[in-house]
Design a protein around this ligand. Structure first.
Ligand SMILES: [Zn+2]
Length: 219
């Protein structure tokens, strides 16, 4: 999921080592840091209308080496694209794994378009929403798989989720506000559902040209 609103466009995220550290290498005893480590490679983001975005993703029965490697790559990819959430199908892997920015203010991680501040991205496996609040909220959402499209989506204000964390422990997550929105958006991806599937026919009609452009880009 993108940060809400088009103001996130045009920015490049910062490197692994802060600009400060690069400018003035600090002596660590006899060791001097001369150059930042190479950035981790980011994954290619799959965009609409690719089929993988429309199908139900598979459960993750155990945390394999492949999953362990995938998690940091997905986090890197999310940050590199100014995202605050990412689901595995969006990087071409049809598995029930999502990354969610869980800091108190997820928007703060992408507020400055010149750099993407690292927040608290966490991986969740096999997430299931077990409770939804009756209260709902409508807010504009974007999606890394639907570049340029921002639409209002109605979501539960707060949710409870049962899932596993990256170390395999089963947890129950209770969350509200924007974080609850990110969870619902990413879990939708695992069901093959996109933000455009929430739209009424008139709203969908209004963005038909943008959708057509995305289809043509892929051809
Ligand atoms: Zn999305």
């Amino acid at each position: 999921m993108y940060e809400v609103g088009p103001r996130t466009f045009g920015g490049k995220h910062g490197g692994v080592v802060s600009a400060e550290a690069q400018r003035s290498p600090k002596p660590l005893g006899q060791v001097r840091i001369l150059a930042p480590l190479q950035k981790m490679a980011t994954l290619k983001i799959v965009t609409y209308p690719k089929k993988i975005l429309k199908v139900r993703a598979q459960e993750v029965p155990e945390i394999t080496q492949e999953i362990e490697r995938l998690i940091p790559q997905m986090i890197e990819t999310m940050y590199g694209s100014q995202g605050i959430g990412l689901a595995a199908p969006q990087v071409g892997i049809s598995k029930r794994l999502i990354i969610v920015e869980t800091s108190d203010d997820p928007r703060a991680t992408v507020r400055e378009t010149s750099r993407h501040v690292r927040g608290r991205p966490l991986a969740f496996l096999n997430p299931v929403i077990v409770k939804k609040s009756k209260e709902t909220a409508i807010d504009e959402e974007g999606c890394l798989s639907l570049p340029g499209i921002f639409v209002p989506v109605k979501r539960a204000e707060s949710v409870e989720i049962v899932c596993q964390t990256a170390d395999g422990s089963k947890v129950r997550v209770e969350t509200g506000g924007l974080t609850a929105r990110i969870f619902q958006h990413e879990i939708d991806h695992l069901e093959g559902k996109l933000i455009i599937n929430h739209l009424d026919p008139l709203r969908k009609f209004k963005i038909r040209r943008q959708l057509k452009e995305l289809v043509q880009k892929i051809k």
